[in-house]
Design a binder for this molecule. Structure first.
Ligand SMILES: [Ca+2]
Ligand SMILES: [Ca+2]
Length: 53
């Protein structure tokens, strides 16, 4: 996870507010069915695109 992605106003530093908002946005991205919980399957579906299984 790259911290600079959370720098919403691009001033070079990440405030707690920016971090919280950024982390929440990432969470919402992972929580594909928006039930407020990121399950292992949802996490895998977002991050772990494996070329083979
Ligand atoms: Ca900033
Ligand atoms: Ca979910």
């Amino acid at each position: 996870m790259r911290l600079e992605l959370f720098d919403a106003d691009k001033d070079g530093s990440v405030s707690r507010t920016e971090f919280t908002a950024g982390a929440a946005a990432r969470f919402d991205t992972m929580d594909t069915n928006h039930d407020g919980i990121v399950t292992a399957d949802e996490r895998r579906a977002t991050w772990g695109r494996r070329p083979s299984r």
